[in-house]
Design a binder for this molecule. Structure first.
Ligand SMILES: C[S@@+](CC[C@H](N)C(=O)[O-])C[C@H]1O[C@@H](n2cnc3c(N)ncnc32)[C@H](O)[C@@H]1O
Length: 216
């Protein structure tokens, strides 16, 4: 049966006259139902009459403390798969999925970490900052009650100004002596930077408690 739209009908006729089979033409010409119509939002800015005192400024605004920013997306790998990937090269710390949290046992075939070297989202571009980063990662259980797999979601640990760089603490121990890990020289600039040799290692005790009450 020919499509009802007159323009499509004409194209249909032309194409079938050209010798293309009816079923193929229908597949090509049927209007797409899956695309959203793109509209845009016009936000107020410094030169509007409102002088930045209205609510029509979502994208430009600072983020309040405790706001959800994004998820960390990557391939879900088991321990075995991670070792396979890293046979040829050193790896940066994978994002652990807190598999079997509590018991500390992760079986070879269970989800172990998120690996974003090949596939990921904007979260893989977030740089590290020791201790006083403005984002914190929280494991979120969505669909799996088995405690093998969590989504890793970033929330703001404090108010973040517009244009401020987003950072999170990768949890790296820069004193680590694991030859398979590719550690970088940290340039986070934090006064708590763990990559600076200190005599006073009190900083470590802050690190250990950083997740406790940070969103309160
Ligand atoms: C997940 S990527 C972050 C995004 C990366 N800067 C980029 O532009 O693609 C991690 C890499 O960024 C660099 N990096 C992140 N935080 C850093 C820091 N505080 N000091 C130095 N290099 C850092 C290191 O090379 C690290 O291996």
């Amino acid at each position: 049966m020919a499509p009802p739209n007159p323009k499509v009908k004409a194209a249909f006729r032309a194409m079938t006259n050209f010798g293309i089979h009816e079923s193929k033409v229908k597949l090509v010409l049927e209007p797409c139902k899956g695309h959203l119509k793109r509209k845009f939002i016009k936000e107020c800015w410094s030169k509007c009459g409102c002088r930045n005192h209205c609510g029509n400024q979502i994208v430009q605004q600072e983020l309040p403390k405790g706001a959800f920013v994004c998820e960390f997306v990557g391939e879900i790998l088991t321990v075995k798969e991670l070792h396979e990937r890293n046979k040829a090269r050193k790896y940066t710390l994978p994002i652990l999925l807190y598999a079997e949290w509590g018991s500390g046992v992760v079986k070879d075939n269970q989800p172990f970490c998120l690996y974003a070297a090949s596939y990921g989202n904007a979260a893989r571009f977030i740089n590290h900052r020791c201790l006083d980063a403005n984002l914190i990662e929280i494991p979120v259980e969505v669909e799996s009650p088995s405690h093998h797999y969590y989504h890793i979601a970033f929330f703001t640990s404090r108010k973040i100004e517009a244009q401020e760089e987003l950072t999170w603490d990768y949890g790296i121990d820069f004193d680590e002596d694991d030859q398979s890990l590719e550690l970088f020289k940290c340039k986070c600039g934090s006064r708590f930077c763990r990559n600076i040799k200190r005599t006073n290692r009190m900083v470590r005790s802050f690190t250990d408690t950083r997740q406790i009450g940070i969103l309160t």
